[in-house]
Design a protein around this ligand. Structure first.
Ligand SMILES: C[S@@+](CC[C@H](N)C(=O)[O-])C[C@H]1O[C@@H](n2cnc3c(N)ncnc32)[C@H](O)[C@@H]1O
Length: 253
């Protein structure tokens, strides 16, 4: 199934290819969860973990899973409006789990490129992507047994590591760290590589194809992948057109 979110760096176009590159396992853990495109595309494992350091995103998942009807009802009351978008962006965060989840969903749905903090997405050529009527019941069912975590990647990797764990990691691309609210700094790329080196479980990490990433993961299996991204996404990734959107998938298996 598809995710219920547009998301900056979301793996909507590569989800099924990625899902088929990840072996079956007793425990599946998505360390940089975002919109969870790969988890939703995969056959469920016995234990599943979706982690993200963004607390508002994790709250949104909890509300989708536990209070899908209330979330849908709260969204129906919100008109598509630039003024409201700006109000939610400026804060403060609405009180209560459902109201906060509704506001965050609204921001993600109405933001240009699915990036909260970017401008309101409105165009002369396309209708808005936001629909006030949403039905989350399929996702509530799918998330029923998924453990939702709100940990830093290092903590998450250590807690869920085992010989029968498969991790999928989709960290911020090299050079785009600033897009994710200060949770990931340039030095974290090296730190992440170090933590991955000590894992008993199998892992796949996806990255933009650049010399820094290739140097960092020298000695691992590196597969080159060419997704078809829109010009806007390529520009957001800050890459030159020759390398446009090219990824590498690095594995320890
Ligand atoms: C590229 S996005 C993941 C996109 C996801 N694969 C999808 O399909 O939507 C990276 C995610 O990592 C999260 N993140 C950033 N720094 C983190 C950290 N230090 N630990 C855990 N998650 C982090 C961000 O909040 C963001 O949701």
């Amino acid at each position: 199934m598809r995710s219920f979110l547009n998301y900056l760096g979301g793996k909507s176009r590569l989800a099924s290819r990625l899902a088929s590159r990840l072996p079956a396992s007793r425990c599946y853990c998505e360390v940089f969860g975002g919109a969870g495109w790969v988890l939703f595309a995969r056959e469920p494992s016995y234990v599943e973990v979706l982690n993200d350091l963004d607390g508002r995103l994790v709250n949104l998942y909890r509300v989708v899973r536990e209070r899908p009807g209330e979330l849908a009802a709260a969204l129906e009351l919100l008109p598509r409006s630039r003024a409201l978008y700006r109000e939610f962006l400026a804060g403060p965060e609405p009180e209560g789990a459902v109201a906060s989840a509704a506001a965050y969903y609204y921001l993600l749905k109405n933001a240009f490129s699915g990036q909260v903090g970017c401008g309101f997405s409105a165009s002369k050529r396309f209708p808005g992507k936001y629909s006030m009527r949403a039905d989350f019941t399929r996702w509530a069912r799918r998330l029923n047994k998924v453990t939702l975590e709100n940990l830093g990647y290092e903590d998450c990797l250590r807690r869920y590591d085992s010989a029968d764990t498969v991790f999928y990691l989709d960290p911020p691309y090299f050079g785009t760290e600033r897009y994710y609210g200060g949770n990931f700094a340039a030095a974290d790329h090296e730190r992440l590589q170090g933590v991955l080196g000590g894992r008993a479980g199998r892992w796949l990490v996806s990255y933009n194809d650049c010399p820094e990433v290739r140097a960092l993961y020298r000695g691992y299996h590196v597969e080159e992948v060419r997704p078809r991204y829109s010009a806007a996404k390529v520009a957001a990734a800050g890459q030159r057109s020759s390398a446009a959107g090219r990824e590498v998938w690095i594995t320890n298996y």
